[in-house]
Ligand binder design. Structure first.
Ligand code: CA
Ligand code: CA
Length: 172
């Protein structure tokens, strides 16, 4: 009985500390409006690999829900720009949007929700049936949203939404 009580205490403390760890950003991540972001510009992955990279850090590829978030991500990605000759995707970042389930219907990987906010430039997303089913911040065009093949190599842009309620408890 005593062992069970001790074990449940340990488990509950682990859960509490995990929730509390999500009230602030991991080291090296960037904070903006209740979310943490990792611009993994030292890595280049296909969409599938980038998704795994983020989930292994309890995160997901970034889900862009507002103009403010969009501009923040574009601006920060732009500051990381490095000159790499003749490499189209050298500085581009994966976001977590896709129309691989139903061509032309874009959803977010993280929760399967539809894209409410979008900032596609003129001409994007491209015509349906073109196999360009994944979403990147495209460096050569000022980090605007572009749809590309999911197999190209780009940097993962991971996001963790902070646990605001837990943060309020910790702060309170
Ligand atoms: Ca977001
Ligand atoms: Ca498509």
């Amino acid at each position: 009985m005593r062992l069970i009580i001790v074990l449940s205490f340990v488990v509950s403390q682990c859960i509490v500390s995990y929730q509390q760890s999500m009230t602030r950003c991991p080291d090296g991540w960037v904070y903006f409006r209740q979310s943490c972001y990792q611009f993994a510009d030292e890595m280049k992955f296909s969409l599938t690999e980038a998704t795994h990279h983020c989930s292994s850090r309890h995160a997901h590829l970034a889900k862009v829900e507002s103009k403010a978030e969009d501009l923040f991500l574009q601006d920060f990605a732009g500051r990381l720009y490095k000159h790499v000759p003749d490499h189209t995707f050298a500085n581009s970042f994966w976001l977590g949007g896709t129309d691989s389930n139903i061509e032309g219907i874009w959803t977010w990987y993280s929760d399967d929700s539809d894209l409410i906010y979008t900032s596609w430039p003129q001409g994007h997303p491209g015509p349906t049936g073109d196999h360009q089913d994944c979403l990147i911040l495209f460096a050569p065009n000022n980090y605007q949203w572009y749809d590309f093949e999911c197999e190209i190599l780009a940097h993962p842009l991971c996001e963790i939404e902070l646990n605001v309620e837990a943060a309020a408890v910790v702060i309170g």
